[in-house]
Design a protein around this ligand. Structure first.
Ligand code: SAH
Ligand code: SF4
Length: 372
């Protein structure tokens, strides 16, 4: 069946896997229905997401019989850490094994160090963002993306999405009241898993849980226009990032074959109807590839495309991997591209190559695991 099934977290005495669902799949409302009276659900949420317990037995204010029933029916975490790589900038990349043996990656990005004044008083805490995966593999098949190479395997469940953030918070002893940001920029196309994504966004946002407001969650998509519209209609309040990468359809089709079905105009149209928080902007990610899309003519066209949209452009260095013919652009070309936009009033940042020394482009850790 799968390429590799490296051990199971639950096995019966004959060694066969017991695949129990995870309790992280449920919203608080669902737990209220499953395990009345209603206040139990809030207690369970508190134990899992705020006390960070690893067993149901540790949920001391629940009746013993309920703790036993929960343990019989569910696991808490559906994923285990199999590999961890720390980068010099403090980012940590995780490879998680799922219950069925497949693996996905997540990255903890340290956006800002904690700062102290001269007396050693804390001025502000470190700021973290977790980059989560939404699928094992991906259907979209972008020419530059390592995740695409292994094809699509399956969608992640709600609990598998939620569990990545929970495990990373636990592993780094990030206090439960320290809120992190979430970007759905790991493996997979989040809008191809829209139902689970929407539910995960709600579970994350629950104030008795991780309390990560949708404003602090950014969904990155390769541009499935119809689903951008759907996501907008759900009025979840999440931020949107579009992986644009090219400004004309011919090139974009080469990079992202799906552009044939959802061309640039349709994406811009969907973005224009997307409800954006008044203080926020839609982010346009532009993966810069040497001699492919790093020319000023493209920057010019990009400005025209974004007219009338409250946007911010994020330029990303292409991160090479063995076997690819694409190359990383020259820093001067990157800066020239950025300056061209900035001078004409378009907000534009260059994504710091967080974790570049740990091969941060998603899919690379998993690839190593599968090929060694
Ligand atoms: N499927 C979604 C989200 C996951 S991909 C999407 O495409 O938006 C997240 C980001 O990783 C995308 O912006 C993609 O362009 C970027 N990415 C993929 N391969 C990369 C590489 N080799 N180097 C740098 N960024 C890469
Ligand atoms: Fe899928 Fe995003 Fe990779 Fe494209 S860049 S193949 S959409 S994960």
């Amino acid at each position: 069946m799968k390429k590799r099934c490296i051990g199971w977290s639950n096995t019966c005495e004959k060694g066969y896997p017991i695949l129990k669902p995870t309790i992280l799949d449920f919203t608080q409302e669902e737990l209220e229905t499953l395990f009345p009276p209603r206040f139990r659900a809030k207690q369970i949420y508190n134990w899992i997401y705020q006390q960070h317990v690893d067993t149901f037995d540790a949920m001391e204010n629940l009746p013993k019989s309920l703790r036993r029933e929960l343990a019989d029916r569910y696991t808490i975490s559906p994923l285990q850490i199999v590999q961890k790589q720390e980068s010099s900038d403090g980012s940590i990349k995780y490879l998680f094994r799922l219950e069925d043996g497949h693996t996905v990656e997540s990255v903890l990005l340290k956006m800002k160090e904690a700062e102290y004044d001269e007396e050693g008083e804390l001025l502000h805490h470190a700021k973290y963002t977790v980059c989560v995966s939404s699928q094992v593999g991906c259907k979209v098949g972008c020419a530059f993306c390592l995740t695409a190479k292994g094809g699509f395997i399956r969608n992640l469940s709600v609990g598998e999405i939620v569990g990545q953030v929970l495990e990373i918070k636990k592993d780094n002893a990030i206090a439960s009241n320290r809120r992190v940001n979430i970007v759905y920029m790991g493996m997979g196309e989040p809008l191809d898993n829209l139902d689970n994504l929407a539910k995960a966004i709600r579970v994350f946002a629950n104030e008795n849980g991780l309390s990560i407001s949708p404003k602090r969650q950014t969904v990155s998509t390769s541009g499935i226009s119809s689903k951008i519209k759907k996501l907008g209609e759900m009025e979840l309040g999440v931020q949107l990032a579009i992986s644009l990468h090219a400004v004309d359809d011919a090139l974009r089709e080469r990079l992202i074959p799906m552009n044939r079905a959802y061309n640039i105009a349709s994406i811009i149209d969907a973005v224009k109807s997307f409800p954006v928080n008044t203080r926020k902007r839609v982010m346009f990610e532009y993966l810069v590839i040497k001699n492919v899309n790093d020319d000023i003519e493209s920057a010019k066209k990009l400005i025209r495309l974004l007219e009338g949209i409250k946007s911010k452009v994020n330029l990303i260095y292409f991160n090479p991997y063995p076997g690819t013919t694409f190359e990383r652009p020259e820093p001067e070309r990157m800066r020239a591209f950025q300056e061209y936009l900035l001078k004409r009033g378009v907000l534009c940042t260059i994504r710091e190559s967080k974790g570049i020394d740990i091969s941060a482009a998603c899919g690379q850790l998993r690839e190593q695991e599968l090929t060694t």
